[in-house]
Design a protein around this ligand. Structure first.
Ligand code: GLC
Length: 476
């Protein structure tokens, strides 16, 4: 028994660097604020690691949106096509999920967009929509420089994608091209949005205090409503509200080295084996794409040191990406003294020889990695709350980590509270399918605004005609 607790102590000690104090988290928050400001300023933006991309979304839904819309959602491991009926607060929605094979995620852009168009055509066929040209919202969840509501140039791929020939291109043009090539369906793209924007919009539809959207899923990112005056890169002078949603792309925080004081050798290892080495370093400490890999990296290291699995690992334990992030949630869901999920996960990676003590130690590692992630997320949310200085802000949150990890949201509720000025109250609101509904809502707002503009133009034309009539009459 004494030997048992010795091992435990060693594992505890060896993973202490994963536990962040509030002092460290406050430093993270102060650095993040500095970087957010640099991203917003025209002068510093080119060298800033957080790019703060302005979207062209200036207002949240007002409840009068109505109609049938299509939405596409590309950003994780799956691609979704949706058809949504919006009638004020009511939604009716049908959707289908299509897998994106690994070969397409890392193939050519043409293959990717052809695949998307094919999935859409199949969906439209199945739902008898082929002869319609419905307004469409496209959720494309990667860093894009927007040049309008329907024009977004991909800056760089993140997460598991690396399709050639897309970076620098407008993804709406690529989508339209692929659809046109098929010739069997028609689309009417009204908006392209990031999933964080979709999340904000979908929550704001229900809760008018919502000013921020966050995704903690395959990736980690946020957007929030910023005063137009502070967004120096926004150069659209169309009249409208004096605010705009900014897509922070804060997953890139730390790419310039400022987070090295909290990063560990395991973070370095995860980065080394990733598709986009040297980029998205903050995201790699937090999101679902990397959480399992972090745990694997720690466990493999401790096994090599003889502290776990009797010093004997398995091929899977020593192979990058073999420990799924879903295992982390499963393992942490095992109640105290029960190891059903832990054992099942270890069986999958061929570690049947694990002892009870290994189970406990693995659970400790999972807990340290996920708690660190939740605390870093909290520090980021607190940064924005402290910047907005609003008496109350609702934050819409979506993503598999937030939704399925057993205590992520509890950890966040508590830590955001500790790191935010108590004058600024907040509510963390689970978003209901921001990527799908949100995109349809942005499209719906765009359609509404387009109709208002047309109406105004018609009224102006009529008044010119009647003025001309008056002139004609007066001269007769
Ligand atoms: C990555 C993408 C970002 C997206 C996030 C969540 O960070 O770069 O655009 O919002 O993942 O899906």
């Amino acid at each position: 028994m004494a030997a048992t607790s010795e091992l435990r102590k060693k594992v505890d000690l060896a993973t202490r660097s994963l536990v962040l104090t509030n002092d460290q988290l406050e430093k993270v928050s102060a650095l993040l604020l500095k970087e957010l400001n640099e991203g917003l300023r025209r002068e510093t933006n080119p060298i800033a690691s957080i790019k703060m991309y302005p979207t062209y979304v200036r207002d949240v839904p007002d409840g009068s949106e109505k109609g049938k819309f299509m939405a596409l959602d590309l950003g994780g491991t799956n691609f979704r096509v949706l058809v949504i009926d919006i009638d004020g607060d009511d939604f009716r929605m049908e959707n289908e999920i299509f897998a994106i094979p690994q070969s397409i995620m890392t193939g050519t852009g043409e293959q990717l967009f052809d695949h998307i168009a094919e999935c859409m055509a199949n969906f439209m066929e199945k739902h008898n929509l082929k002869e319609y040209k419905l307004p469409l919202g496209f959720t494309f969840s990667f860093p894009c420089r927007q040049e309008g509501l329907t024009k977004a140039r991909l800056v760089s791929w993140t997460k598991g994608f690396s399709c050639s020939g897309v970076e620098g291109e407008d993804v709406v043009t690529l989508l339209r091209k692929a659809v046109k090539k098929r010739g069997d369906i028609e689309i009417d793209v009204m908006a392209v949005v990031n999933d964080t924007t979709g999340t904000l919009m979908s929550c704001a539809h229900k809760n008018r205090e919502c000013r921020m959207g966050v995704i903690i899923g395959t990736g980690f990112n946020s957007c929030y409503m910023e005063e137009l005056d502070n967004v120096e890169l926004y150069d659209d002078d169309t009249p409208g509200p004096n605010k705009v949603i900014v897509n922070t792309e804060w997953g890139a925080f730390g790419d310039n080295g400022v987070l090295d004081f909290v990063r560990t050798d395991w973070d370095d290892e995860v980065n080394t084996y990733s598709l986009n080495k040297g980029r998205q370093l903050f995201e790699k400490m937090i999101s679902g794409m990397y959480m399992g890999e972090l745990v694997r990296s720690v466990a493999a290291h401790l096994t090599r040191q003889g502290l776990m699995f009797g010093g004997k690992g398995s091929d899977e334990l020593f192979t990058p990406h073999m420990f799924k992030s879903a295992y982390v949630s499963a393992i942490e869901s095992d109640p105290k003294g029960v190891y059903t999920n832990t054992k099942a996960s270890l069986d999958e990676i061929n570690l049947q020889h694990a002892t009870l003590e290994d189970y406990e130690n693995l659970k400790l590692i999972c807990n340290r990695i996920s708690t660190r992630a939740a605390h870093l997320c909290s520090a980021s949310l607190a940064t924005v709350l402290n910047r907005l200085k609003r008496p109350h802000t609702t934050i819409g949150i979506d993503g598999s980590v937030y939704k399925y990890h057993p205590n992520f949201n509890v950890l966040m509720e508590q830590k955001v509270g500790e790191l935010t000025n108590p004058e600024y109250k907040y509510t963390l609101m689970l978003s209901e399918d921001g990527s799908g509904r949100g995109a349809a809502l942005v499209a719906a707002v765009a359609v509404r605004q387009q109709e208002e503009l047309k109406k105004r133009a018609r009224a102006k034309k009529n008044s010119v005609i009647s003025m001309n009539d008056d002139v004609v009459q007066a001269t007769q």
